[in-house]
Design a protein around this ligand. Structure first.
Ligand code: L34
Length: 284
């Protein structure tokens, strides 16, 4: 039976560290880190995530600025808001919650955020910096996964790592972070010929597709560490990941639950990035 990697608990620890560091930073500089979160439209899941981000800001002692915009917001309005926030010295981090409505060009929005305030690390400049291993921010979800792996005492060096999913926000950077720690990394996607085999080869399996129960127990190597990034609803409307948890936990050595796994870590790493952004800005 697998050991559960408790993301809720580990995220609390990270937030506790950020809180202490924030107190010290405030004393030293008089600056309160500030995070601006923009939500366009009323996707119920996004609303929950943004709400959780605001709560976390309050807890660690940041200022948070919320911009809830209507679904019909135009590209130009959103760009103007981002430019205003780029120029606002009380805002150290800017996050535009994804997905955005279809009529909005996501790429242009991400590129409009100042790389120094890009606490998601989605801006092409920050993505490039991650690729060469010289970065200020790591994207929150992959960074959170690495933190979970470290907390469980799992070492990545030399391990076979399979990442299922190749999105710009999770799959691709996830593979890069595992590579930075000397994992041997395979990235799988919808055109992969034998997904089950690639998964079965993995000592560390990261599922980030967004399809409930895509990863079944027969796809898991005995003793593997299984990290579930998925956030789906099952046939009963219950929150679940990409992994068939109840069967997978019989084979894995470590496994993350959904909820209470990667999700809370994403938010904890966002807090860490925002503090980093505030520190960088205070150094000019
Ligand atoms: N710009 N967009 C931007 N940055 C991000 O880092 C995100 N992401 C993803 C979606 N869009 C984004 C998030 O914030 C996913 N994500 C996220 C954040 C928090 C949680 C889940 C996804 C979370 O709090 N999960 C809880 C359960 C929440 C619930 O009850 O629905 C958990 O325990 O997993």
């Amino acid at each position: 039976m697998a050991t559960l990697i408790n993301g809720k608990e580990i995220s609390q620890k990270v937030r506790g560290e950020v809180k202490l560091e924030t107190e010290a930073f405030k004393k030293e500089t008089g600056i309160t880190p500030g995070l601006a979160v923009i939500l366009v439209g009323d996707d119920p899941a996004s609303k929950i995530y943004v709400g959780n981000k605001k709560k976390a800001c309050d807890e660690v002692g940041f200022n948070s600025f919320e911009y809830i915009l209507s679904e019909s917001t135009e590209q130009g309005e959103l760009i103007s808001l981002i430019e205003k926030l780029n120029a606002d010295p009380s805002v150290h981090g800017i996050l535009c919650q994804l997905p955005l409505p279809k009529h909005i060009d996501e790429r242009e929005i991400i590129a409009a955020i100042s790389p120094k305030k890009d606490v998601d690390a989605f801006h092409p400049v920050n993505v490039g910096k991650i690729m060469i291993g010289d970065y200020d921010f790591l994207p929150c979800t992959p960074a959170g996964v690495m933190e979970l792996i470290h907390s469980a005492g799992i070492s990545v060096a030399g391990k076979k790592c399979t990442v299922v999913g190749r999105s710009n926000i999770v799959g691709k950077p996830m593979a890069m972070l595992l590579l930075h720690e000397n994992g041997t990394v395979t990235i799988c996607h919808s055109k992969t010929t034998d997904l089950a085999k690639e998964c079965r080869d993995a000592d560390i399996l990261v599922a980030a597709v967004g399809r409930a129960k895509l990863i079944t127990a027969d796809m898991i190597k005995e003793g593997a560490a299984v990290i579930d990034v998925g956030m789906n609803r099952d046939e009963n409307g219950k929150l679940c990941g990409d992994v068939d948890f109840s069967e997978a936990e019989k084979k894995a050595s470590y496994i993350t639950p959904v909820p209470g796994g990667v999700g809370p870590m994403t938010i904890a790493m966002l807090m860490r990035n925002t503090l980093t952004a505030a520190k960088l800005s205070s150094k000019g």
